[in-house]
Write a protein that binds this ligand. Structure first.
Ligand code: ADP
Ligand code: MG
Length: 469
């Protein structure tokens, strides 16, 4: 036998212990995936054995590859039918999942993977559906629209994945999801992933899964990775406390979590009035505005992001140094999820939480879930002597051409650096959308870059560029 068989009495540590194809093994190796993460080690043997699985693990624990490797394992690329469907809460998440699936699918030649999300033109989606994608990743509402129009056929589905199921329930997608699932064959394998495990998740699991294997990976963060500080507010307002926190910690970037959307806008305005530039991210923003804010934050041209939990989902920021909780969330798991955004990939992060004395029970609930005592500090211990300068190192330029104009990141990089007046390292992240592209440049070369883009040609064509504030 060329592939090892499963021995379930021993925990899997490395991918070579799994009966995956040689191509998949070498692709995983090329991706730098050698050891399985704990959730992968527990889920993959079950998924490969075609069991339904309900899995809970914190953000960043490798859930995407868990279902990705699983569904690719049973995919038959020679059959041109939709065999796997992944339902995600937001477009950003669906796109991240699609990207990861495409990387994993390099091992399975000719696999077609598409996204079907709201806020995108139907025409493009209809065209990609005509090519009979093997795998579809999408948001509930749009998937349902396609199913109702019969433009998406899931009658031959082998694997159904609900990713971030808790968030989808929070966002009120249950009804849509149930309608989507009703169109899939009952022979399917159903995999449900969630960062938290509220009661209604169990209800959904019972109604859509068959004897699911229940897998939980402890969501306790190691103390050495994330330093947690709780500040009880006595005389300070929360807003004043936030200023003190920023002055004390002087973060290069930070996400400030609020429980409500309006609070995000109010707080962003308050910071602006105090000379601190910040951007607000929440579900009431138009998709274009959300895209832009996410781009500005992730390309280092905005350092402070004020966000709700839902909006910050799927925000994959590497090395976020500071997370601030303006309020403690109602569920302790949400707290763990929020602070899990800092201190990732072995770097040390800081999580600061502001709370009023009346919210002390929430702190105790968090202590219970994280199984550690969390010291409560006084705001007067913060050193707020130095002002906080929020100016970012980068600035975002917007170019009026994108993917559909066949404008590639390399074209833009080439146009900016061809004359050697701007060094390559002064150019940051380049984010392309259908009809526009955002490029981050070092603040010092902003005017030069604008001139090069507006006066010169990119790929023989004239584009317009402007600064995004
Ligand atoms: P989750 O969905 O649990 O929040 P992701 O699936 O987004 O987490 O994974 C987080 C990161 O870990 C991604 O950058 C992914 O590429 C990486 N990753 C996943 N599995 C492995 C692995 N076995 N080895 C190394 N990195 C991995
Ligand atoms: Mg995920």
């Amino acid at each position: 036998m060329s592939t090892p068989s499963l021995n379930q009495s021993e925990p899997c540590r490395s991918f070579i212990q799994l009966p995956l194809s040689e191509a998949m093994q070498s692709n995983l190796n090329a991706l730098g995936y050698h050891e399985l993460t704990p959730i992968q080690a527990q889920c993959l043997p079950e998924i490969i054995n075609k069991k339904d699985v309900i899995a809970q693990a914190k953000t960043g624990s490798g859930k995407t590859a868990t279902f990705g490797i699983g569904l690719l394992h049973s995919l038959k690329p020679q059959i041109f039918q939709t065999q796997a469907l992944v339902i995600c809460p937001t477009r950003e998440l669906a796109e991240q999942v699609c990207n990861e699936l495409r990387r994993l699918a390099r091992a399975v030649p000719n696999t077609k993977i598409i996204t079907l999300c709201g806020g995108k033109a139907m025409a493009g989606q209809l065209a990609s559906l005509e090519k009979n994608p093997h795998i579809v990743v999408g948001t509930p509402g749009r998937l349902l629209q396609h199913l109702e129009k019969n433009t998406l056929d899931v009658s031959q589905l082998a694997t159904l994945v609900l990713d971030e199921a808790d968030r989808m329930l929070d966002m009120g997608f249950l009804n849509d999801i149930e309608q989507v699932i009703a169109k899939t064959p009952s022979s399917r394998q159903t995999l449900l992933f969630s960062a938290t495990y509220p009661d209604d998740i169990k209800k959904v699991s019972r109604s859509v899964q068959k004897n699911p294997v229940d897998i939980k990976v402890e969501s306790v963060h190691q103390e050495t990775q994330i330093q947690q500080h709780f500040y009880a507010l006595k005389t300070h307002s929360k807003e004043q406390a936030l200023l003190a926190v920023l002055k004390h910690y002087q973060p290069t970037s930070a996400v400030v979590f609020c429980n409500r959307k309006q609070q995000c806008d109010d707080l962003t305005q308050f910071l602006g009035q105090n000379g601190i530039s910040a951007k607000s991210l929440h579900g009431d923003l138009e998709q274009n505005d959300r895209d832009r804010v996410l781009v500005q934050f992730t390309n280092n041209s905005c350092r402070i992001l004020v966000a709700t939990d839902v909006a910050a989902r799927g925000l994959d920021i590497k090395e976020l140094p500071l997370v601030i909780n303006m309020d403690l969330p109602h569920e302790p798991e949400v707290y763990l999820h929020r602070i899990g955004r800092t201190g990732r990939a072995g770097s040390v992060g800081t999580a600061v939480s502001l709370f009023e004395p009346a919210d002390t029970p929430k702190v105790i609930a968090i202590e219970n879930v994280s199984k550690q005592a969390l010291p409560i500090n006084d705001l007067s211990t913060l050193n707020a002597a130095q002002p906080f300068n929020s100016e970012a190192t980068m600035v975002t330029l917007c170019i009026n051409g994108g993917r559909k104009d066949k404008l590639r990141a390399g074209d833009i990089l080439g146009a900016l650096t061809a004359k050697q007046t701007i060094a390559g390292d002064a150019i940051g992240k380049i984010d392309r959308f259908d009809r526009l592209t955002y490029v981050a440049v070092d603040r010092a070369v902003r005017d030069q870059a604008l001139k090069l883009l507006n006066n010169g040609k990119v790929k023989g064509r004239q584009f317009k560029a402007r600064v995004v504030n």
